[in-house]
Design a protein around this ligand. Sequence first.
Ligand code: TRP
Length: 323
Amino acid sequence: MARILTGIQSTGAPHLGNLLGAIRPAIDLAHQDDNESFLFIADMHSLTQIKGGSELRENTYSVAAAWMAFGLDTDRTVFYRQSDVTEVTELAWYLNCFFPYQRLTLAHSFKDKSNRLEDVNSGLFSYPMLMAADILLYDAEYVPVGKDQLQHLEMTRDVASRFNHKMGDTFVVPKELIREDTQLIPGVDGGKMSKSKGNTINVFDDPKVLKKHINKNIITNATPLEDSKEPNGSVVYELYKYVASEADAKSLAAKLRAGGYGWGHAKKDLLEALVDGFAQERDEFNRLMSDRSTLDAELKKGAERARLVAQPVLERVRSKIGF
Ligand code: TRP
């Protein structure tokens, strides 16, 4: 049995790209019989950017509701809020004391912003050590991450090895499980869907809002209604393929190629696929968002289970240090 652990950024309700590209595969992995999985919402990392209690709290709730609406089984997976297991900050401090300042200056999370040093807080600077603590606190063996997190994972392995070398074997040195970006879900403008580009589709939106968004913002070319249209490469069709059945996708392609079927019709099909295809998830998301006590109870249950694993590991570290 392998123990896998990963952290989720808490930047608000996940969009279609997150859901199909990251959340669904992560849930599948977490539910595999032989895995024991830990999944947490990294709200302490968010604090490096977000200063405002209600925004932080709401982001955590919408992330938790989205994962649960997509079927995460919170009995099989230890699902918790990072800030509920404060042991992690103690471990982060110890790790900070075993990692060279020089190496931290090379972290992308910091370097990307180092041209505006006045905007960099010390938390952002030592972000990789909090992330290392997230992982090492649970003796995690595998960490599924996107390519952008590889460097952070190397630092985790590095600090674990340094500590083990200096103080004697203490930490499990984790391996990464790279999540290939096989699904490059296009955004409404045709570029990769990402929150920072403002081109997302939020499947949890009210169908009326979705409709407006799709009609207004998905780009199409100006081929007249009666002409034949090439579906491949068009944003509407590329998106449709991700959310409709194979048979429905084929049928839409045929209609577009035949002519007499406009982009407006195709948008309507896409809307329908999004509204109907995610109806159950949307209902569950909304139900959970209006029932904070269930979300709190679920996250609390996860934190209690997480603590049971974290505390003995932290004790091990303390005794090695000499405390
Ligand atoms: N830094 C990760 C990201 O931006 C989130 C994260 C925090 C994480 N702690 C982690 C991922 C521990 C894996 C393991 O996506």
